[in-house]
Design a protein around this ligand. Structure first.
Ligand code: PFF
Ligand code: NA
Length: 472
């Protein structure tokens, strides 16, 4: 039954635009800001390998599941689940899955916008030539000044959130499509340029070894750099597995309905499997390029790989400060990073906005404003986590508000959402339904997908969870 339902929010103008939008959602701060710093905190190569395995065995099948559910339901995740529950005569409790996604997206956006604000602030620092001739010390002073000023962090957070609300308010075609077409390819070009810089000016061999030499004694080592900026302290724990798993979901925008809602705007005749492979490949390449650009600079300048969330802001300016044309390239890079974050942020609130439009009859503009303002308020906690609330008396389980939001969403809520999406697509939806929606000509391909989504992905998620809480 191809395309009996249509989306009231419109549809992407082509299959290509769907892929662009999904790549826009996937490629973002997760690749360029988060992947390098968590890799640095979790020992490098072995962590990267676990992450890549999670992408292949969990990310790919669950992305296909999410797109197919979205395209079959053709509504916001909450209503899509309602429709599919009716189609399949499934337990109504599955409808909670849509809600889980809406809440998760909103929580992620709250801190995502704060970090995107850093990128925005750095556009102007690079443009003003503040990196020229910078070394590790001056760059870290510059970064410290941003963190130490809640006012300016709040201002950038506010600007970014307004940017996000504006695009979401304009709707699927008006806003989202144009931004991605040009800017995503440009970001890739700049990343490649940075890798070339790292090749000639950085400790490239050491960087490559750190990223790709899997030393398995380090899979269970989680390191944190000390307050003083001294060498990292490491401890033995199962947490890196959970962080790698959680990051696979985060980086691919899976487990919360973002890809589902984009799938609901996907033309009926496009191949879900092929789109998935392109999206996953682009996202993975972006992350690995970022790693290849950053670690050689880290080692060449005696920096600490486990420096934490500030890693790219304390390494890349050194590169821009010493390369020819660095002022221009630096500015351009942070502009593109901001755009990458922007196209991801949009997808974080689209599920909630689409639902408000469908169920409450609210127009897109007020719906986007309502969700954005709520996330903005919650984001203030993350702004303060780096300054006024960084002290121990403001921490819970040894984590600041920002750390807590990050941990809760990326490592718990997204894998949980993904687990249920896999179970729904693999066990609840009939074979006829998933087969019909995937329209895979290739029998073997469909069988492999169904096997992965029924048996492999869910079990892996469960095992990693149990391991992280110390049960196995
Ligand atoms: N995938 C985005 C990134 O890597 O930056 C972050 C993200 C966007 C996560 C949308 C989840 C989501 F639904
Ligand atoms: Na990503």
């Amino acid at each position: 039954m191809p395309d009996t339902r249509g989306s009231i929010h419109g549809q992407w103008s082509s299959r290509f635009v769907f892929i662009l939008a999904a790549v826009g959602s996937a490629v973002g701060l997760g690749n360029i800001w988060k992947f390098p710093y968590i890799t640095g905190e979790n020992g490098g190569g072995a962590f990267v390998l676990v992450y890549l395995v999670c992408i292949a065995l969990i990310g790919v099948p669950i992305m296909m599941a999410e797109i197919l559910i979205g395209r079959r339901g053709r509504q916001s995740p909450i209503n899509t689940m309602r429709v599919l529950v009716a189609d399949e005569q499934a337990n109504p409790a599955w409808r909670w899955l849509g809600w889980l996604g809406v809440v998760t997206g909103f929580l992620i956006l709250s801190y995502y916008s704060v970090i995107a604000g850093w990128a925005l602030a750095y556009v102007f620092r690079a443009g003003a030539g503040l990196f020229t001739g910078a070394d590790a010390d001056s760059v870290s002073t510059l970064f410290g000044a941003l963190l130490g000023s809640p006012e300016s962090m709040l201002a950038w957070h506010t600007i970014f959130m307004v940017m996000t609300m504006v695009v979401v308010a304009r709707g699927v075609r008006g806003g989202l499509e144009k931004a991605v077409t040009l800017l995503m390819p440009a970001l890739f070009v700049l990343l490649v340029l940075l890798v070339f810089y790292a090749m000639y000016q950085g400790a490239f061999a050491r960087g490559v070894e750190f990223l790709f030499n899997a030393d398995f004694s380090k899979v269970f080592q989680h390191c944190e750099s000390l307050e003083s900026g001294g060498p990292a302290s490491c401890r033995f724990t199962g947490e890196p597995l959970l962080i790698a798993l959680g990051h696979a979901f985060f980086t691919l925008s899976l487990g919360m309905g973002a890809i589902m809602v984009y799938g609901s705007y996907m033309p009926g005749n496009a191949s879900i499997a092929r789109a998935t492979l392109i999206i996953v490949a682009a996202d993975t390449v972006a992350a690995l390029l970022a790693g290849l650009a950053i670690f050689p600079i880290v080692f060449a300048n005696g920096l600490e790989p486990a420096a934490g969330p500030g890693l790219i802001f304390q390494t890349l300016p050194i590169a821009f400060g010493s390369m020819p044309g660095g002022r221009l390239f630096g500015t351009l890079f942070f502009v593109l990073l901001t755009f990458a974050a922007w196209t991801s942020a949009i997808s974080l609130i689209e599920p909630a906005v689409a639902w408000l439009v469908e169920n409450r009859g609210i127009a897109r503009v007020p719906a986007a404003i309502a969700v954005g303002v709520l996330a903005w308020v919650l984001g203030i906690g993350s702004v303060l986590s780096f300054n006024l609330w960084s002290g121990e008396s403001f921490q819970l389980f040894g984590k600041t508000w920002f750390d807590l939001m990050d941990y809760l969403t990326a490592n718990i809520l997204l894998p949980l959402g993904g687990l249920f999406i896999a179970l729904f697509a693999g066990w609840v939806m009939s074979r006829a339904a998933s087969r019909g929606e995937l329209r895979m000509g290739d029998r073997r391909g469909y069988r492999t997908w169904r096997f992965l989504v029924r048996y492999v992905s869910p079990w892996l998620v469960v095992i990693v969870f149990l391991n992280a809480i110390g049960l196995i």
